[in-house]
Ligand binder design. Structure first.
Ligand SMILES: *Cc1c(COP(=O)(O)O)cnc(C)c1O
Length: 394
């Protein structure tokens, strides 16, 4: 849905007012339209809504008033013309990618990608006659060298999982623009609070809204933000691919978005404090966090990000044994997959990636036995540091 807010509003204001005007009731908090279908006033009305683009009130796979509100809010946050919401991050990614591509096309993407996205490009794309090249995201010259006459898409993720490596977004956008190639980014880790890729020239922004946008570990959702014309095309494909966001989850997402700025700013602050504490700790070999000067791409982070996220990974000196004792000793932080929620979660990276990669592939990718990924929550900073300190002491 498009939005027409005044220019120049701050991000937290947009989070609160991004869908003003789309709640057609007098309820200050919009209700949940928990319905699969909507009635028409007449046969003519039915004919009109059945032919409309993205009707908010026809059949919930086509749209729902809650979809419209949450999409308008996300579009406003990213500074995009329009957005589409889906039932999961992968639902959004799949719909956007497959809207663009056809047999014979070529994709340039990164070696380091979210696992299911990697599987989409690595295992499924070839079945549909789509070629792809995987490059080192930190080397823009590899992107340039991989381009072919049939390259249709450059697909990136920055910061990436679990090493928090960055892609130079402006450089990628320039490379693609000059050749008419579409660029897409998975902006899940950064959120629009910390990075607005459309401002850097990227064409399409994707989110697993299950993570920071929802923010409370209680829903699954995804989003695509792009031009209105591309979103209309994605909508047509999404009707067929079918990853529909439930009206209740859309309502929860709208509620979560209202505090996005507050949560992420707090998570950024907590993460920097934790990263600095861990970097100075005797049992820690390395901390991967874009906000640290020791991060190899810290200068790029300062250029293209407005905050350094709540995500980091930490390499413990004691390897797998130290990781086991550490994650089991944490009292506040919980050992669980997913990220971006209000409470701190940790995952032993080697265990999490073991089903997709052999030990050699993990080592080559820099995912050692001692690596722990941390999604920093909004707890009080001193409690968080104390929890990590006592767990490291064990
Ligand atoms: C979780 C995640 C996804 C997939 O989102 P779902 O909501 O789980 O489908 C995609 N990209 C990134 C970076 C993620 O963290």
């Amino acid at each position: 849905m498009t939005n027409d807010l005044p220019d120049g509003l701050g991000l937290q204001t947009k989070a609160l007012h991004g869908s003003d005007g789309l709640n057609e009731t007098h309820a200050v908090t919009a209700p949940i339209w928990q319905t699969s279908t909507f009635g028409a006033d007449s046969a003519e009305h039915m004919a009109a809504i059945s032919e409309a683009d993205q009707p908010a009130e026809f059949y919930t796979r086509y749209g729902n008033p809650a979809h419209r509100q949450v999409a308008a809010t996300i579009a406003a946050l990213e500074g995009g013309e329009a957005a589409l919401v889906a039932g999961s991050g992968m639902g959004a990614i799949y719909a956007a990618v497959m809207t663009l591509l056809q047999q014979g096309d070529h994709v340039v993407t990164q070696q380091s990608l979210y696992s299911a996205t990697s599987k989409l490009f690595r295992d499924f794309a070839p079945r549909w006659g789509i070629e792809r090249t995987f490059v080192d995201q930190t080397r823009i010259e590899e992107f340039a060298a991989a381009l072919r006459p049939n390259t249709k898409l450059i697909y990136v993720e920055s910061p990436s999982n679990p090493l928090l490596l960055l892609t130079d977004l402006r450089a990628v956008a320039e490379l693609a623009r000059a050749r008419g190639i579409t660029t897409m980014i998975d902006n899940t880790f950064a959120t629009p609070v910390n990075q607005r890729p459309l401002e850097l020239g990227i064409d399409v922004v994707l989110h697993s809204a299950t993570k920071y946008l929802g923010g409370h570990h209680d829903l699954m959702a995804g989003a695509v933000v792009a031009s209105e014309s591309f979103i209309n095309r994605v909508w047509e494909f999404a009707l067929v691919s079918g990853a529909v966001l439930s009206p209740f989850d859309a309502w929860l997402l709208q509620r979560g978005l209202k505090t996005l700025g507050l949560r992420v700013e707090r998570q950024n602050r907590n993460a920097l404090a934790l990263a600095q504490f861990l970097e100075g700790h005797a049992k820690v070999a390395r901390v991967n966090y874009p906000g640290l000067e020791s991060h190899p791409q810290h200068a790029l982070a300062r250029r293209q990000m407005s905050g350094f996220t709540g995500m980091m990974s930490v390499e413990l000196k004691g390897g797998a044994i130290a990781v086991k004792s550490f994650v089991e000793s944490l009292k506040l932080a919980e050992c669980a997959v997913s990220l971006g929620g209000i409470t701190t979660l940790v995952v032993p990276a080697a265990a999490m990636w073991s089903h997709q990669h052999t030990a050699e592939q993990r080592d080559a990718a820099g995912i050692g036995e001692g690596l722990v990924r941390v999604s920093v929550g909004a707890e009080d900073e001193r409690d968080l540091l104390a929890d990590f300190a006592q767990a490291l002491a064990k």
